[in-house]
Design a protein around this ligand. Structure first.
Ligand SMILES: [Ca+2]
Length: 287
């Protein structure tokens, strides 16, 4: 059988394909990317708008009185860094690495022979973290900031209602936390206890694709801490009390018991306090 070459049909086919490609490209342009990488090679994931129940139920074991459950609506999507800000990223923007667990820090004996550039930065105050966001914003002409406490918990839960984003049991095989058996949650498990920070992203990510929301370093949030704030919190995009003396930090850290790493657990420190358990991650605002 002879195969006929029909230029008209071929041209029609190409035109149709071309139209289809253009339509796909237009669709992609409307759909913002799920993950982006910024000038620091920092991956950030798009967290969708949505509603969730913030705080813990009255029967949650080891809950604290400041965790009153209430519904919160996050009205705008935002990008959140997949990892805690690393020592390398912090030094690139701020010109110094204040971390305890690095070659020049007080904990250098604990990290001998290790490359700590991708360990989370720590010994940064809330003021330092805010300054980092300002400088990175200026560098990229975008808006970076700390997550609000509500954004942080929403991102940590990633749609889950369990005590942790990984379920109702927790131990040091799931995150860099205290590995002694009394430190586990739900059932008694003794696991690794490294007694220092670790390279970001070593453990399983949550359903949004975020790493180390529980453990490694606790993370500064933008809000002032208010013990009773949840009782009067606005439903939409709560941003904390208007004033206070301490800022919120979340997620627990490498020496913490699992109970202090619960999705609802709240900690608070003075804004100029620097500890080797405290770091941060950043929000990039969508336009
Ligand atoms: Ca963390």
């Amino acid at each position: 059988m002879r195969i006929l070459f029909v230029p008209g049909l071929l041209a029609m086919g190409l035109t149709a394909m071309g139209l289809r490609l253009s339509a796909d490209a237009a669709h992609q342009a409307k759909d913002p990317p799920k993950e982006i990488t910024n000038s620091l090679e920092m991956p950030l994931i798009r967290i969708p708008a949505g509603t969730f129940t913030m705080g813990s139920p009255a029967d949650e074991k080891h809950r604290n009185a400041d965790e009153t459950q209430h519904d919160v609506k996050i009205t705008k999507p935002f990008y959140l860094s997949v990892y805690e800000v690393t020592q390398h990223q912090y030094a690139t923007i701020m010109g110094k690495n204040p971390s305890h667990f690095c070659k020049t820090g007080g904990g250098k004996q604990q990290v001998l022979e290790r490359d700590t550039s991708h360990y989370p930065v720590e010994r940064v105050s809330w003021n330092d973290a805010v300054e980092f966001c300002k400088k990175l914003s200026a560098k990229e002409n975008k808006t970076y900031r700390l997550p609000t406490e509500a954004e942080w918990e929403y991102a940590c839960r990633a749609g889950t209602k369990t005590v942790f984003s990984a379920g109702n049991e927790f131990h040091s095989y799931l995150a860099n936390i205290n590995g002694l058996n009394y430190s586990s949650y739900g059932k008694e498990v003794s696991g690794p206890f490294y007694r220092c920070t670790r390279t970001v992203g070593e453990y399983k990510r949550n359903a949004f694709g975020l790493a180390d929301m529980h453990g490694n370093v606790q993370e500064w949030c933008a809000d002032w801490y208010g013990e009773d704030y949840y009782k009067n919190s606005p439903k939409e995009d709560p941003s904390g009390p208007k004033e206070g003396t301490e800022r919120v930090s979340r997620g627990g850290a490498w020496p913490s018991s699992a109970k202090a790493c619960r999705s609802a657990s709240r900690n608070h420190l003075a804004p100029d306090e620097k500890t080797y358990t405290t770091g941060f991650r950043v929000v990039l605002e969508t336009k």
